[in-house]
Design a protein around this ligand. Sequence first.
Ligand code: DGY
Length: 324
Amino acid sequence: MKKTVLAFSRITPAMAERLQHDFTVIMPDPKRGDVNAQFNEALPHAHGLIGVGRKLGRAQLEGAGKLEVVSSVSVGYDNYDLDYFNERGIALTNTPDVLTESTADLGFSLIMGCARRTAELDAWTKAGHWQASVGPALFGSDVHGKTLGIVGMGNIGAAIARRGRLGFNMSVIYSGNSRKTALEQELGAQMRSLEQMLGEADFVCIVVPLSDATRQLIGARELKLMKPSAFLINIARGPVVDEAALIQALQDGTIRGAGLDVYEKEPLTDSPLLSLPNALTLPHIGSATAETREAMANRAIDNLRAALLGERPRDLVNPQVWKG
Ligand code: DGY
């Protein structure tokens, strides 16, 4: 008998078709009513879950007695209670690598957009304010030749650093747990303490995963260490930054601006950030290109199929549960 896969977020018809080949696939559908109720009803039958954007731990999964694997269509896995997964022997997989370059593109577009005020000036132009050449009040800041600070030099951080160094002649500094000697050689990057980096960088780009160690890593104290002319870019996870402290820093000029793709609470519907001209706000689109989302979906399906068919999945987050 085929095993059952339950999708916990929207999956494309192509994804469903690939899965249906080997599995019975259940997809909650808003047209049939409450998707949470449909999810909970199907959960006891599911051997595998696939999707993104749902918190899954003890409270949500207690009824999932047959569950073997959760395949997340994301690189980040802070939504999942890994201790509980390990206790239950549930495998967790993610989709690293395939989104590195697209997410770095987005990070760099936030750097450019903040510095040159592109969204703000687009709105200004469309509002019919362009009567004469813009004056100093609307001037931006240069990006080329400036200092780029990376908080968390993993694959995405390195891809942003390459764009800055090779495309924009920026100096690269970084903070983190380990030295990256190959990148230091490749890009002339230099490691700093977080505090030193915050004081030196013109653009501070946050690319660390969310964990107990990085939650609220950047608060009022850290923002005060930044230059008043500097920009904070967050493409990691909202809770890495104390959002109230950031709003205050943007309002009182402690820093020049922020480029944000992630927030403490998503979707961002009601926040002072939405009316601050020096906050460039995007709706968590780091990996949201057609090509990359397709690659992520395929990678997640590959992981799910492998796990349910008894082969070790390529992107196993918790290898200790794998008995195969
Ligand atoms: C990721 O893959 O982690 C993206 O941020 C989407 O959640």
